[in-house]
Design a protein around this ligand. Sequence first.
Ligand code: DX5
Ligand code: ZN
Length: 228
Amino acid sequence: MSSGLSAHINPSILNADFNNLENEIKKIAAVSDLLHLDIMDNKFVPNQTFTFERASEIIASSSIGVDAHLMIENPDELAPKYAQAGCISVTFHFEAATSVPDVIANIRSNGAKVGMAIKPKTSFAEIEKYLNQIDMLLIMTVEPGFGGQSFMADQMDKVSAARQALTKKGLNQTLLQVDGGISEETIAVAAKAGADCFVAGSAVYRSDDPAQMVKRLRSLANLELTKD
Ligand code: DX5
Ligand code: ZN
């Protein structure tokens, strides 16, 4: 029986041209689900991207909805502000939150969907109890911090365990996202393990035709998700 899941593709602009972001976003808007906006504070990860002010401008001007991936220490304070800034969803790191239940509640009460991300060394068992409180689980397939890294296939057991748990709990509306090293070469492996939401940065923006690449990634993932 096929899974009944269908692929969501969220391009990351981490490797796009930061001086021309509106145009970069326009290239993929018509064919993508959400824009994946990577927020890094140079503390939780050894890299820095946008201030809250700059991110708010991007969120306000984006021609598609935004999921903010907050790679920041203590997201308790800023996560609700990203919801207020108009994100469709806000994804925080489990490892960084002071109070996970409060972050979840405060994102939701400010009008956004809730994503929770875990780093490669964090086990699924640690976060399983939160599954029924979130809209998306992000299993990182690289150490967060930089685009263009290699896909960590050793995270696929975690993806499979998460998919099994979601199915068992009747939570197949909850998205299971992978982020890091997703490309034409790796997306089928992640879909086969049970991921249904895919972030792709360099694969999309280093391609000559970003929109075409989004379409190609979607069809490769759907091929796996609809297999008997
Ligand atoms: C990495 C970021 C990713 C990154 C993905 O820390 O969270 O979203 O942009 O880039 P690629 O697809 O190049 O691995
Ligand atoms: Zn990301």
